[in-house]
Ligand binder design. Structure first.
Ligand code: HEM
Length: 403
C-alpha cells in the first residue's frame, strides 16, 4: 500500500461543486455539468458519504474492470434494493456467472429476433387503440409494450403494467446520491409489494408450467442450482426492469422526433440507419447515467489516493459525452464511426446488460411500427419528466401522431 499511494494526493474537488445532485437544473439536463467536470475535475470526492466520482470514459473502462473493484458491497448499502444481492447483478465472481448463466439463453441474438416479432405484434395491438385524432401518451405506450414483451419472455400475465410502473417509480427514488429517509421508507414499502407480486408470479408458474424464463428458474431451483431466494429476486428483477429503461429510450426517441422531424423522416425512409439511431440515442441520453462499485484496495486515480472500502460512482452518462472519445459529444449524430458509437449506457465487463440486444430491438421495432402508420410526430403538450441524478423517467409524453 505504501508503494501504491506514494506521491498521491488526498486533495480532490468536492463532487457537488461540479455535479449538484439535487439541483433541478442538473436533474433536467446534466450534460453541461458533466462537460465541466470532464474538462476540469475528472476525479471528484463526495464529502457526504466519502465516495469518489469518475467521469472519463477511459477511467470507467479501466477502474470499473479491476478485479479489486466489486459490486456486491454496493448492493449491501442500497436500502430496499439490497435484495439484488441474490441475483446476478448483486454478485461478484464466481456467484455472478453461476446466476447469470441461468438466464443467458433467453437473450441470444436468435431469441431476440423472435422477441422482435413478438414486440411488433404487441406494438400493433397497442397502436390499434389510438383514435383518429392521433393522440397518445408516448411514455405509457412505450412502457406498456416493453412490459408486455418481458411478460412474454417470462410467460406470465401482463395486466399489471400500471401497478408495476407506479411501484417502480417509488422504488427508483433511492438510486440517487442523495436519497432522503422518506424515499428510503417508501422504497421499502414498494419493494415489499414487488416481492409479494413476484412470489405470486412463481406460484402461478408452479400451477401453470410452461417453457418460459420463470419455468427454467424453477427447474434450476429443483435441480439445486439456485436457492428459492435467488429465484425470487431474479424473478423480481426481470419483471420490474423490463419496462423501465427501454420504455424511457423509446419515449426519448419519440420526443426527439418531435423536435427533429427530419430524423423521423430518415428513420422511415432508410431501414439501414435504424439500428444506428437506437445506439446513438442510448449514448446521447442514458436512462440511468451512473453505476456504482466499491474499492477493496487502495487505488491512485489520476494522482488522487482513493482508499479501500469507498464507493466509486462511475458516471456512464458523462463518459458517453467525453470529448476525448466522441466528436461533438452533445450532438445526436447517428453517422458516427464505430469507435465513437461505443456507449457505456448498458454498463460493461461482466455485468454488461443481459437485456441489451432485446432492449435495442424493442426500441427499433416500436418506432418502426409507429413509422409504418404515421409520417409525423408532434408534441400535444409539454412532457412531464421526473428525474433523479441517477435515473430518468418520462411520466407523460403527450403526442399527436399524423398519418
Ligand atoms: C434501454 C434499456 C436498458 C438499459 C439502459 C439497461 C442498463 C443496464 C445496466 C447499466 C446494467 C448494469 C448495472 C451495473 O453494471 O451496475 C444492466 C444489467 C442488467 N440488465 Fe439491463 N438495461 C436495459 C434493459 C434491460 C432489459 C430489457 C433486461 C431484461 C429483460 C435487462 C436485464 C439486465 C440484467 C439481467 C442485468 C444484470 C447483468 C449482470 O449483472 O450480469 N436489462 N442493465
Amino acid at each position: 500500500m505504501e508503494a501504491l499511494t506514494h506521491g498521491a494526493t488526498t486533495d480532490c474537488p468536492e463532487a457537488t461543486e461540479y455535479l449538484p445532485w439535487t439541483d433541478p437544473r442538473f436533474r433536467a439536463d446534466p450534460y453541461p455539468f458533466y462537460a465541466r467536470a470532464l474538462a476540469e475535475a475528472p476525479v471528484l470526492r463526495d464529502d457526504f458519504d466519502g465516495s469518489y466520482v469518475l467521469t472519463k470514459y477511459e477511467d470507467l473502462m479501466h477502474y470499473g474492470r479491476l478485479p479489486s473493484v466489486r459490486i456486491a458491497p454496493e448492493w449491501e448499502k442500497a436500502g430496499a434494493w439490497r435484495v439484488l444481492r441474490d441475483m446476478a447483478l448483486g454478485n461478484d465472481e464466481p456467484a455472478h456467472t453461476r446466476l447469470r448463466r441461468q438466464t443467458n439463453k433467453w437473450f441470444t441474438p436468435k431469441r431476440v429476433r423472435e422477441w422482435a416479432a413478438v414486440t411488433a405484434d404487441i406494438a400493433d395491438r397497442v397502436l390499434d387503440r389510438i383514435g383518429p385524432d392521433g393522440l397518445v401518451d408516448g411514455s405509457a405506450l412505450a412502457v406498456e409494450v416493453a412490459h408486455r414483451v418481458v411478460c412474454e419472455v417470462m410467460q406470465v400475465e401482463a395486466d399489471g403494467v400500471e401497478e408495476v410502473r407506479a411501484t417502480m417509480r417509488r422504488a427508483m427514488l433511492i438510486l440517487s446520491a442523495r436519497p432522503t429517509p422518506e424515499d428510503h421508507a417508501d422504497a421499502e414499502l414498494a419493494m415489499r409489494e414487488m416481492l409479494r407480486g413476484s412470489a405470486a408470479l412463481l406460484d402461478y408458474k408452479r400451477a401453470n408450467p410452461g417453457d418460459g424464463l420463470l419455468d427454467s428458474l424453477l427447474a434450476a431451483q429443483d435441480r439445486g442450482e439456485m436457492s428459492a431466494s435467488e429465484v425470487l429476486m431474479t424473478t423480481l428483477f426481470f419483471y420490474v426492469v423490463g419496462h423501465m429503461d427501454a420504455g424511457y429510450l423509446m419515449a426519448s426517441g419519440l420526443h426527439l422526433f418531435t423536435r427533429r422531424p427530419e430524423l423521423f423522416e430518415r428513420f422511415r425512409a432508410d431501414p439501414g440507419v435504424r439500428e444506428a439511431m437506437v445506439i446513438e440515442l442510448a449514448r446521447y441520453d442514458a436512462p440511468e447515467p451512473v453505476i456504482t462499485r466499491t474499492t477493496t484496495e487502495d487505488l491512485v486515480i489520476r494522482g488522487v489516493h482513493v482508499p479501500a472500502g469507498r464507493s466509486l460512482r462511475l458516471m456512464t452518462g458523462a463518459a458517453n459525452h467525453d470529448p476525448d472519445v466522441f466528436d461533438n459529444p452533445d450532438e445526436f449524430d447517428f453517422t458516427r464511426p464505430p469507435e465513437q458509437s461505443r456507449n457505456l449506457t448498458f454498463s460493461f465487463g461482466n455485468h454488461g446488460c443481459q437485456g441489451r440486444l432485446l432492449a435495442e430491438a424493442e426500441i427499433r421495432v416500436v418506432w418502426e411500427r409507429i413509422a409504418a402508420r404515421y409520417s409525423r410526430i408532434e408534441l400535444a403538450a409539454e412532457p412531464v419528466l421526473r428525474n433523479t441524478d441517477a435515473s430518468r423517467h418520462y411520466y407523460e409524453l403527450p403526442l399527436r401522431l399524423h398519418r
